[in-house]
Design a protein around this ligand. Structure first.
Ligand code: AMP
Length: 146
């Protein structure tokens, strides 16, 4: 079986992102590739509240962007991921992660999964589930949390 050459890890920048990042970096090391890309997607507040609340979200959105940039940079620096491999994009996480994975010619996407208990197909969160089912490449779901 061929090694993975281009790996994209999706991080939500919660405390659990570190576990996902660590696993992705380990897989990259085992596959002998330094082609590890990291993506975080910022969901515009207007997606959640658009139209319902007549507020200008731009100042809050700018602050979220700044915080995310700093957090992503810190996480990536810890694992030696170069600035040009750090991707901060805005939109729907599921769509943007899939689009970037294809654009980069990724052969493995790494993401976190809570492995929640419950009803059948609800074992994964919605983002993880959506990416897994839409992906044209291999997906590694790293078990995070309890
Ligand atoms: P969830 O489906 O929300 O439980 O998230 C599961 C995994 O999807 C996370 O551990 C990340 O790997 C990925 N993910 C979720 N939201 C984002 C996001 N905004 N940006 C990048 N990756 C994300």
């Amino acid at each position: 079986m061929n090694n993975y050459n281009t790996i994209l890890v999706a991080v939500d920048l919660t405390a659990e992102a570190e576990q996902v990042m660590a696993r992705a970096a380990a897989v990259a090391g085992q596959n002998g590739t330094s082609n590890l890309h990291v993506v975080h997607v910022i969901e515009p507040l207007s997606f959640a509240y658009g139209g319902d609340i007549p507020i200008d979200f731009s100042a809050i959105q700018d602050e979220i962007q700044k915080q995310a940039e700093s957090h992503l940079r810190t996480l990536c620096e810890k694992y030696g991921v170069a600035a040009e491999h750090q991707h901060l994009v805005t939109g729907s996480p599921e769509k943007e992660i899939q689009a970037l994975a294809e654009e980069l010619g990724t052969d493995l996407v790494v993401l976190g999964s809570h492995g929640r208990h419950g009803f059948g197909l609800l074992l994964m969160g919605s983002t993880a589930n959506g990416i897994l089912h839409g992906a044209k490449m291999d997906v590694l779901a790293v078990r995070v949390g309890t």
